[in-house]
Design a protein around this ligand. Sequence first.
Ligand SMILES: CC(C)(COP(=O)(O)OP(=O)(O)OC[C@H]1O[C@@H](n2cnc3c(N)ncnc32)[C@H](O)[C@@H]1OP(=O)(O)O)[C@@H](O)C(=O)NCCC(=O)NCCS
Length: 193
Amino acid sequence: MDTVITRLDAADFRDRLPEALGVYVDAMGYPRQVIRSRAAAWMEHSRRDGWSGVAAFETPRRRLLGPSRGPLVAICYGYRGAPGQWWYEQVSQGLRSRDLTLPEDYVELTELHVAPSHQGRGIGTQLLRTFLADRPEGSVLLSTPEVQEENNGAWRLYRSLGFSDVLRSHRFEGDARPFAVLSRSLPLPDQER
Ligand SMILES: CC(C)(COP(=O)(O)OP(=O)(O)OC[C@H]1O[C@@H](n2cnc3c(N)ncnc32)[C@H](O)[C@@H]1OP(=O)(O)O)[C@@H](O)C(=O)NCCC(=O)NCCS
């Protein structure tokens, strides 16, 4: 099945929220109840300064008669990082003990998920590259769960795009898992995948 990558405006994203959250829980292996518990946070994120999003849709079988987009199969969004945001404060706390601070001008990659049935075909890479292509900030930061030997699609994707370590084994409040915080300067050179 072919897919099409499209930028979403915030209103479009909110219309597609249940579908986007469905992709998120499936990709992360979370129970379906998580859809309801994350909905308010994702909604609130879409109203933040500098929010932008990109999604992948299946191309519908009957384009002339039916809708121009099929089901949503991947979602990527983020916004400008700023003091007072939960993630900013949590990461700043981790950096403080190392006498470091967050850059003043960065975009937080908040979510990037591809439906399991569509993973490993370059959609995640394309989504992230499209998301970053028109960001005005000087760098992008994200957090991702630590995994043994960085051995999953997320780590391979981030490393292939040149992301480097900011914090390792960082603990976010309310989550028992260790996370890595990674960053990469922007813009991405065109020739990188
Ligand atoms: C992480 C995720 C978004 C990646 O999306 P994807 O569409 O599967 O990824 P892509 O196919 O574009 O790229 C990743 C793959 O391409 C390969 N790849 C990417 N760039 C490459 C390069 N320059 N050279 C060689 N291989 C490369 C990677 O090895 C990786 O392969 P793998 O998935 O078999 O390990 C997706 O796997 C996912 O949703 N995972 C679960 C949720 C998650 O972890 N989200 C991120 C939380 S921070």
